[in-house]
Design a protein around this ligand. Structure first.
Ligand code: SF4
Length: 363
């Protein structure tokens, strides 16, 4: 079996580690490129969500490299994600690809179900080995996310932003290659130290929370590297969700850490009291949370036509007014242009700076 999976941010680093420890031959999809977009757009219905199009492009590129099995997450709820795997399977079969699709469903309540699914996926692995594979991947993910958070803190404050980006990109590559815990620790601490030794400007950056549909928040190719663009404008960006939060809440039954989602659901009340599918409810909750933590602003991102984010956007106008936090929404599709996005980010951050100065003068 030669297995592949879809890209989403830095998730591939942990997914690769887990699959290799399940004794599988892994064919990672090439990094998302213009070609990936083009393949997805060419073969998906026009109205399909952008993440589905990018996923399909990932699969075509990996199948062309020799993969014969696709690992995909299942889903449910009032949006289109639950159909992704089936739609992608049908499209790929119509294109003549010969492959198996394995759908990893979120376990109802017992984590043991997840280990059983992983054991069935692996090549002659015991439940204990499946557990160890997941534990190793989780450990790697923790260090990756430490590096992501440190990058988000240092990048807007550093004088030499190119050097910070270089350390971060190389650090991720080293973590990807790390074969055991000591390799991970070494790569993690070496690159965290390098980031911490950067010369800082001493200026206090604006702080913006990034909320919205999970794929668009986490995948730079889907959001035109919004966090990096903002970092270059000296703005600190906090991601409202990390992969470990999603895994903990949806696959691990909040066993590993406190539920992030439950906190956001509480924050969303009374603005939105029920799920609207996708991450709509969390978008509203995160925005309220950022307002109460005194962030300077919030940017909501999502794929064009994403229903849960459209519903959340309609609620954000009252959140923005009541909680006194400026919000901007950006929808992305394959036609979005970097110049237009950059202009909107500059205009939004200029407005936030003026607001901050005025507030400081009047208090
Ligand atoms: S959350 Fe939005 S982008 Fe994701 S499947 Fe649902 S509608 Fe599509």
């Amino acid at each position: 079996m030669k297995i592949t999976y879809p890209h989403m941010g830095n998730a591939h680093i942990a997914i690769n580690a887990m699959l290799e420890n399940l004794k599988l031959e892994v064919i990672p999809p090439p990094p998302i490129s213009k070609k990936t977009f083009e393949l997805g757009v060419k073969h998906c219905p026009e109205f399909a969500c952008m993440p589905l199009k990018i996923n399909l492009g990932n699969f075509i590129e990996a199948l062309d490299l020799g993969a014969d099995t696709i690992l995909m997450a299942g889903g449910w709820g009032p949006c289109r994600f639950g159909y992704y795997a089936q739609v992608e399977r049908d499209i790929l079969e119509d294109l003549g690809f010969d492959f198996e699709m394995v759908i990893l469903e979120a376990p109802d309540s017992r984590v043991s179900e997840l280990f059983q699914q992983l054991q069935a996926l692996g090549q002659n692995v015991s439940i204990w080995e499946a557990f160890k594979a997941l534990k190793f991947a989780w450990y790697k993910l923790q260090v990756v996310e430490k590096l992501e958070r440190s990058f988000a803190y240092i990048h807007p404050r550093a004088a030499d932003k190119n050097r910070v980006e270089d350390i971060y990109d190389k650090g991720l590559l080293e973590l990807e290659r790390a074969q055991d815990k000591s390799d991970i620790d070494e790569a993690g601490s070496k690159n965290l130290d390098r980031l911490n030794q950067m010369v800082l400007t001493g200026k206090k950056p604006l702080k913006i929370g990034l909320v919205g549909e999970i794929y668009t928040v986490l995948e730079p190719m889907a959001n035109y590297s919004i966090a990096r663009c903002l970092g270059r404008l000296n703005v600190e960006v906090d991601n409202s969700i990390y992969i470990s939060d999603w895994l903990n809440d949806h696959l691990l039954g909040s066993l590993v850490k406190k539920s992030h989602q439950k906190h956001l659901v509480k924050c969303a009340r009374p603005y939105l009291n029920y799920s609207v599918g996708g991450h709509g409810l969390e978008t509203v909750g995160s925005t309220v949370d950022y307002a109460r933590k005194k962030y300077d602003g919030v940017i909501q991102v999502g794929p064009l036509t994403c229903m849960p984010e459209i519903v959340a956007q309609s609620v954000l106008s009252s959140v923005s007014k009541e909680e006194d936090i400026p919000c901007m929404t950006l929808y992305f599709d394959e036609h979005a242009g970097t110049a237009g996005i950059q202009t909107r980010l500059e205009a939004f951050t200029d407005m936030l700076k003026r607001k901050k100065t005025l507030t400081a003068l009047t208090h």
